[in-house]
Write a protein that binds this ligand. Structure first.
Ligand code: SAM
Length: 207
């Protein structure tokens, strides 16, 4: 489904201006229940699947590319999902200024842009400041999930998170066979698995 240009996707897609300056999760979602965020939510496969599987939890995607964010929101609108939303904007800003501290049960960071060239590595979203932002928003006992197909990115993230004083390294989920063509965690996992790439997974718990 593609809505005509200008047609509102609210409340499924909202910009940082619509939801700020500080996000009130109980206003963004219909029910006040545990919140999980998907940082760089892309086409929204994770948001859609997770929201359908866990109606007792709320899922917010943070997406800087409004075209992708709106595409994801169209999938959520189609099902009228009460527990999934996409926020259009820079996740760094949303994490630093807009999400109330310790208000998130889980943060998911799946297949972040790899920025392959060494001179572009500084653009990678995972860096020491970003791990501090994760520690800021994730509740004690909550989780950070990270998957990627990029080995050197994964090693860099593990180097930051495994030694982070606020996080405990946990055993990540094992790979499982897809039961159908959309049974993947995200669109990127689907694409990379189909190409035969190994997927690296990690899980940390906020102390
Ligand atoms: C490679 S895609 C992966 C999308 C999705 N997580 C998946 O696995 O299919 C990375 C996504 O992160 C988004 N992104 C990059 N930097 C971002 C930022 N600072 N804030 C929010 N989203 C960002 C990109 O626009 C893109 O949609």
């Amino acid at each position: 489904m593609t809505l005509p240009p200008g047609k509102s996707l609210q409340p499924w897609f909202q910009t940082v201006g619509d939801v700020g300056p500080v996000i009130d999760w109980s206003t963004l979602f219909e029910k006040d229940q545990p919140v999980e965020i998907d940082i760089g939510s892309g086409r929204g496969l994770f948001l859609l699947t997770a929201a359908l599987q866990h109606p007792d939890r709320n899922f917010a995607g943070l997406e800087i590319d409004f075209t992708e964010g709106r595409r994801a929101a169209e999938r959520l609108l189609k099902r009228s999902l009460p527990n999934a939303r996409v926020i259009g904007g820079d996740a760094n800003r949303v994490l630093a200024e807009m999400i109330p501290p310790a208000s998130v049960d889980s943060a998911h960071v799946y297949f972040p842009d790899p920025w392959w060239k060494t001179r572009h590595h500084k653009r990678r979203i995972f860096n020491p400041a970003f791990t501090q932002l994760l520690a800021r928003v994730v509740k004690p006992g909550g989780f950070v999930h990270h998957w990627t197909d990029v080995a050197d990115y994964f090693q860099m993230v593990r180097g930051l998170m495994d030694v982070h004083p606020e996080f405990l390294t946990c055993t990540p989920p094992a790979e499982r066979d897809a039961s159908n063509d959309m049974d993947y965690q995200t669109s990127f996992e689907r694409k990379k698995r189909k190409l035969g790439f190994p997927i690296y997974r990690a899980l940390w718990q906020r102390r």
